[in-house]
Design a protein around this ligand. Sequence first.
Ligand code: NAD
Ligand code: LMR
Length: 333
Amino acid sequence: GRIFPVARSVNVTVTGAAGQIGYALLFRIASGQLLGQDTKVRLRLLEIPQAVKAAEGTAMELEDCAFPLLEGIDITDDAKTAFDGVNVALLVGARPRTKGMERGDLLEANGGIFKPQGEAINAGAADDVRVLVVGNPANTNALIAQQHAPDVPAERFTAMTRLDENRAYSQLANKLRVPVTEIKRLVIWGNHSATQYPDLTHAVVGDRNALELVDDQEWVENTFIPTVAKRGAAIIEARGASSAASAANAAIDHVHDWVNGTAEGQWASMAVPSDGSYGVPEGLISSFPVVCKDGKYEIVQGLTIDAFSRGKIAATVAELEEERDAVRNLGLI
Ligand code: NAD
Ligand code: LMR
């Protein structure tokens, strides 16, 4: 069923709107790729005061596209205003990692941003609000925001691992020389970081198991997993800036599937608050295979997790626990 009635416009708030992901994301939202071609959108752009002028420039360009679905654009540097009545919140604004930095370095710098934003979502968001955190360290930033929004159902706070999933699809498609459309149920577990686990064990190519088709555990362990897990750093190294258009594309995919549902027989990777499934401690925002229907996601249950996968999942979950403990010690949650 549809969750946003056709007659109503949906309030979509994008933080960090003047940044590079914002520039790749806003035009796609306004053109209907986020929610669907029948859903009108009102955009709210949140920026820091120094970047409001640049956001205004982007808004001028959005206007110049004359998008039929775009009902209006508001720009603010005030979180309360930005999240008042928000239905879909895309928390992108954060300090990106630069060459040589690890995500841990960002915890303190970015943690401070997500507490007030969580509070503002708690104060003013619409009852049906859905939140996607893109800004890194995304899982832990989502946890911080969620902890400051006690009146919003916890499961509405999610973080993005869809870019990792999409990267994994392309790597596998290249290896097997098949179109990406042949592949299904290739998913990411854990943290959006170098410890993530891109899991081939449940993936299928046509009607065959991906792992059997690859038949090369050395490639899986020493090429596939590290290539996907370190792709963010490789992009920074090559581009001199972190991934932007591919990140915006993944954000569109994440929210589109959440709102409109995953295709029959398909799974998506979303970092969501754990319900204890697969031994992931309850409350940690960790990536799982999910299916989406009627605007809700459910963690895929009953999968057989082999010994190698168990070790990989345990390692990435341990990192998430360390990040949670670090922000706890900083008083951020
Ligand atoms: P950017 O520096 O180009 O843009 C970030 C924007 O956020 C800037 O315009 C800045 O002014 C703004 N900002 C900073 N603090 C803010 C606040 N408190 N409120 C509102 N806006 C604020 O960065 P980018 O390349 O667009 O990347 C944004 C974030 O996304 C980074 O943290 C990056 O690491 C992350 N990222 C995540 C993924 C993922 O897969 N989860 C992928 C790529 C990038
Ligand atoms: C990415 O995965 O491209 C981003 O999270 C950027 C980064 O810091 O790796």
